[in-house]
Design a protein around this ligand. Structure first.
Ligand SMILES: [Zn+2]
Length: 426
């Protein structure tokens, strides 16, 4: 209730501010809208270029080529461009920095990699069917990359310089957990007041309305290890302590443990045990996929698992241990991210009342979690193009989302630049 009143007050203030400046901003907005519409063909050409460079997360050559392409494009827009080495030995990140004359420090992020292996274009070619443009990775996340490039092109043509620094960051490993880029995203996030992230929006054909995203689960890997004793399975099985059997018992025992841990989900997904058919196995290990949607859910899940396996074993003399390794931090927009989302919704409504859904959460991962992990920036996710079929077949974007999404980013940057000058960035 208190929170709602805070939002209402903020909305009223924003309404007053926009009424005062409406006369000055209207022509700019009309120009931006026309310019966004005029960029559609150029965005389609960029998407064609990007899809033509296959860039699966493990395709080092493809990732180097798409990085070179994007470095050229950013340089062409007037950015100072460099490559940041992966902290995990993978392909480089690409960074572009624009210096302006205002106060806003903002980071725009999208990823260059896709889930598809080299050769995918042979079975999934780039093509158009009516309003849908098909290609591997075209929505996730080449559409997001294209929105960033073209929104900045549009603002450059307008002569927009009402920012201190705009930083663009493209990473090469989002689909494999951002293991070599997450630290960099977190560091650059902490250096900025606002982060906008460009994962796709669900297609209108699927979700009825385009949207932005307010939350995403964190991920963690859970490992359960059982230590027993090896013995000849034929001659002296009674001397052994079967780790595989004990692991099976512990897996059944913990299969529903997350149900009692608020904000946690756990599914056991892998297991290994034993070295030979005729040997009682000494060691066994299982791996689990955890999804976390509350700040301390990982710690509580681990504590609950350890409490369960502290009970008497089924196989005497075996020991069971559990570890939890955090992977991707969760993303929570919070009040400041929500304020960005409300701003996005108001801007979308300028387009003849176009609706924008504020999706509360997904169990899929996003780099927005790394970007906001310092707690410093306001973060909003889901500003890429509307599309569907990601990580599947027949991935596509909706062409009629291109101009609205360009307009949305361009208008948000202009508005945030103004707010920063007034000391009122979320
Ligand atoms: Zn993605």
């Amino acid at each position: 209730m208190v929170r709602w009143r805070t939002w209402a007050a903020a909305a009223m203030l924003a309404a007053c501010a926009s009424a005062a400046t409406a006369a000055a901003t209207e022509p700019v907005d009309a120009r931006l809208r026309a310019a966004a519409g005029a960029q559609e063909a150029a965005v389609i050409a960029t998407l064609h270029d990007l899809v033509a460079i296959e860039s699966g997360s493990s395709d080092r050559d493809g990732l180097d080529r798409i990085a070179a392409y994007l470095a050229r494009r950013l340089t062409g827009l007037g950015a100072r461009v460099d490559r940041i080495p992966s902290t995990g030995g993978g392909a480089d990140l690409v960074r572009g920095v624009f210096e302006g004359r205002g106060k806003l420090h903002i980071l725009l992020i999208a990823h260059m990699d896709t889930v598809y292996d080299r050769g995918i274009l042979a079975s999934e070619p780039y093509h158009r069917e009516g309003n849908d443009l098909y290609g591997p990775g075209i929505a996730d996340d080449k559409g997001g990359v294209a929105v960033i490039l073209h929104a900045l092109a549009l603002l450059r043509a307008e002569g927009w310089a009402d920012f201190a620094r705009v930083t663009v960051l493209f990473n090469p490993d989002e689909e494999t957990g951002s293991t070599g880029s997450g630290q960099t995203i977190a560091r650059l996030g902490a250096e900025n007041d606002v982060v906008l992230s460009y994962e796709p929006s669900p297609a209108k054909a699927v979700a009825r309305e385009e949207g932005v995203l307010l939350g995403a689960a964190g991920t963690a890997e859970v490992t359960m290890s059982v230590h027993g004793r090896a013995a000849h399975a034929g001659a002296a099985p009674e001397q052994g302590r079967n780790a595989l059997l004990e692991l099976a018992h512990r897996l059944v025992q913990t299969r529903d443990v997350a149900a009692g841990v608020k904000g946690a989900q756990l599914n056991w997904t892998t297991a290994t045990a034993g070295a030979a058919r005729n040997q009682i196995p000494q060691a066994a290990e299982a791996g689990g996929d955890a999804r976390l949607t509350a700040p301390d859910a990982g710690e509580r899940l681990l504590a609950a698992l350890r409490a369960r396996v502290a009970s008497a074993p089924l196989v005497p003399d075996t020991t069971t241990t559990v570890q939890l390794r955090p992977l991707r931090p969760m993303y929570v927009a919070g009040p400041r991210g929500r304020e960005l989302a409300e701003l996005a919704r108001r801007i979308y409504a300028e387009l003849d009342g176009r609706p924008l859904a504020l999706h509360p959460a997904t169990n899929g991962g996003t780099d927005a979690g790394f970007a906001g992990s310092s707690g410093h920036p306001a973060v909003l996710e889901g500003l890429g193009l509307a599309g569907w079929g990601y990580h599947a077949k027949r991935e596509y974007i909706e062409i009629d989302s291109i101009a609205p999404r360009l307009y949305l980013t361009a208008r948000m940057l202009v508005e945030l630049g103004r707010r920063a000058d007034a000391g009122a960035v979320p």
